[in-house]
Design a protein around this ligand. Structure first.
Ligand code: UT7
Length: 310
């Protein structure tokens, strides 16, 4: 039994905050943000919308796309570092709101690599035959842990959610290989105290190295090579980090997903949001080989190679 993506959905808040808006409230410039990060604007959820709301909106779409009802879910995994509260989990809130009566539910804390951790966890339950449908959501309301007086971090992040139903797919399709990893010794470079605190340069170096290596590792594990890749979906943290991964795989610009200019870094939500946008734009087709790769605070990383289609 192979596990793959059987339905996807996303939600991004309506409110757009541009670099020009940030110029008015902090010592920064559109020029600096664009050239150092590739970000032009980000979405910020208003006070009435919390993490579980965004998760719910994205999840509803993924269920609709999968053509299944919430009662058919066996498990809900929510990757987030910005839950509504420490407990109950966002996954349990979602279970109730969706009416997913038979689903087990838990949150996953792996920062920006969280969606990769969730998808790979779902794959294990499906391929052992224990579960049939697992909902995985990557969601963050980073605006509530952003220090709007710290220009080093405030310009980078945004809010949003992406969701996928992982379930059985036909032979040859689905998640072919994966890599998950962690290095707690690097935790000091990116963490939350009251707000997000980051040593940008250290995270940058780690990200460039790890994104390239993990992408190549999942290809090798699947018995494939760089030439086989049709599309790369890297975590959308910084265009310079993303470009380094693309170059490592020797892919042309049009074969890499880029949504960072519109949404900034949405942490666990960035890969599924990008996935939905690329599928909707017709850039990902049946039988395409997709590499998804993320890294984040922890430090954590994760990657998968996927043969697209059900
Ligand atoms: O999901 C994982 C989350 N984290 C990341 O992915 C972060 C990875 N790191 C990065 O993306 C980059 O390191 C940053 C975008 C955060 C910073 O870029 P950088 O090229 O590493 O810049 P820097 O930290 O070396 O700073 C260069 C200068 C500094 O000024 P001085 O000390 O050289 O005078 C900063 O104070 O840029 C200054 N600076 C800013 N200037 C205008 C830092 N932030 C800003 C800003 N606007 N927003």
């Amino acid at each position: 039994m192979n596990a793959g993506f059987i339905g996807i959905g996303r939600y991004t808040p309506d409110k757009i905050v541009t670099n020009a808006d940030l110029e008015k409230v902090m010592d920064t410039s559109d020029e600096w943000i664009r050239t150092r990060t590739g970000i032009e604007e980000r979405r910020i959820a208003d006070d009435s919308i919390d993490t579980s709301d965004m998760a719910f909106f994205a999840a509803e779409k993924a269920l609709e796309d999968a053509g299944i009802s919430a009662e058919q879910l066996d498990m809900i995994l929510v990757a987030t570092v910005t839950p509504d509260q420490p407990f109950p989990s966002v996954a349990c809130m979602l279970q109730e709101r969706l009416g997913a009566k038979k689903a087990a539910a838990m949150d996953i804390s792996a920062a920006c690599a969280g969606f990769m951790y969730g998808v790979v966890t779902a794959k294990q339950f499906i391929e052992t035959g224990a579960f049939t449908n697992v909902l995985v959501v990557g969601v963050e309301k980073l605006s509530k842990v952003t220090d709007w007086n710290d220009r080093n971090t405030a310009v980078l992040f945004g809010d949003g959610a992406g969701a996928a139903v992982i379930g059985p797919v036909s032979e040859g399709k689905g998640i072919l290989s994966f890599e998950l990893g962690a290095d707690g010794s690097g935790g000091k470079h990116l963490y939350q105290d009251e707000f997000i605190i980051m040593n940008g340069r250290e995270v940058f170096k780690f990200a460039v190295r790890q994104m390239g290596e993990s992408s190549l590792n999942v290809l090798e594990k699947a018995g494939l090579s760089k030439e086989d890749v049709d599309f790369l979906i890297p975590h959308q943290a910084n265009i310079r980090i993303m470009e380094a991964s693309r170059e490592r795989l020797e892919l042309p610009v049009e074969k890499m997903s880029k949504t960072v200019h519109k949404y900034g870094n949405t942490s666990a939500a960035s890969i599924p949001i990008s996935l939905v946008e690329e599928v909707e734009a017709g850039k990902i087709k049946d039988d395409d080989l997709i590499v998804m790769v993320g890294f984040g605070g922890g430090l954590t990383w994760g990657a998968i190679a996927v043969r697209w289609g059900r």
